[in-house]
Design a protein around this ligand. Structure first.
Ligand code: PAF
Length: 294
């Protein structure tokens, strides 16, 4: 087991923890989280540890109010800090940055925020207006405070990953944004901090999301309409009262519209789904290949 991580709750403590490592030129890897860590986060931390090698791995634990709309689950968002620290220690994290809301937003909501562009109004953004402005603003702040060489994000929140990558590129932040594949339960359900809200009946229904994505992947060689139809057939197995579909979308890997639904050659794409199961909103996605393979 590695030594316990240094715990920083203020900007100064974070700067002090990083100063000696910066002086010796060690690379800095950042894993931003909202806590309630699970095996999906463990995969992020492990990938960061491997890529940073002898460099420094920082995990931030901060439930960011700016990315929750009124009426969303900010107050009931799970907070499991002692367990989070234990996982960080197990995965070899060097510094855990766990600031208060005042520390991140002194004086309240910032006057200047990151405008995430048109993609933020689609898919997740359509039912969560303002969400990605909140995400990109806090990620930009965490980049500013940590000044990482690389930052690690789960593919489970695929739209977030695409937008953070875009922000780093468009604003020349110089941070390599690394996507880490989704970790799944044995039956296929994507790990999420929100899965703990599901009761047993909802939990068994929720698996339909990943099954629908796999069905799309299996039919993708026949083109976009066939992939979509296969996914919808699986989703339709569950009545709307039990699984309220928000969207099923097939997009390009950077979430643009697919212009050729029947490509003549193998073309990478992404299938994404979002649905409410009971009161819990779940999302998932999978890479697929449209058009003939091989
Ligand atoms: O994916 C998350 O947990 C959050 O959106 C993030 C990136 C930590 C920003 O608050």
């Amino acid at each position: 087991m590695s030594p316990p991580p240094l715990l920083a709750s203020t900007r100064e403590e974070l700067a002090d923890a990083l100063a000696p490592r910066r002086r010796s030129g060690d690379p800095v890897a950042l894993v931003p989280t909202m806590g309630a860590l699970h095996d999906g986060h463990a995969a992020l931390l492990r990938t960061a540890r491997q890529q940073a090698s002898s460099g420094v791995v920082v995990a931030s634990v901060f439930v960011n109010p700016l990315q929750f709309a009124p009426g969303e689950d900010l107050d009931r968002y799970p907070r499991t800090f002692d367990d989070d620290l234990e996982l960080c220690e197990k995965e070899g994290v060097d510094v855990v940055f766990a600031p208060s809301v005042d520390e991140v937003y002194p004086g309240g909501e910032p006057l200047v925020t990151v405008e995430p562009g048109p993609l933020a109004a689609e898919l997740e953004g359509e039912s969560r207006p303002g969400h990605f402005r909140g995400v990109l603003t806090v990620v930009a702040k965490l980049f500013g405070l940590t000044r990482p060489d690389a930052a690690f994000f789960g593919e489970k929140d695929y739209q977030q990953l695409v937008l953070v990558r875009r922000m780093s590129r468009d604003l020349c932040l110089g941070v390599e944004v690394v996507g880490v594949p989704t970790v799944r339960e044995p039956d296929g359900l994507a790990l999420s901090s929100r899965n703990r809200y599901l009761d047993p009946a909802e939990r068994s229904r929720a698996v339909v999301l990943s099954r629908s994505l796999r069905a799309a992947a299996e039919r993708a060689a026949y083109g976009l309409p066939a992939a979509r139809w296969a996914a919808m057939r699986v989703l339709d197995e569950v009545p709307k009262s039990e699984l309220d579909l928000d969207y099923l979308a097939i997009r390009t890997p950077d979430l643009g519209e697919v212009t050729d639904p029947h490509p003549a050659t193998a073309t990478p794409a992404r299938v994404l789904v979002a649905a409410r199961v009971g009161t819990t909103r779940l999302i998932d996605n999978l890479p697929i290949t449209l058009g003939p393979v091989g």
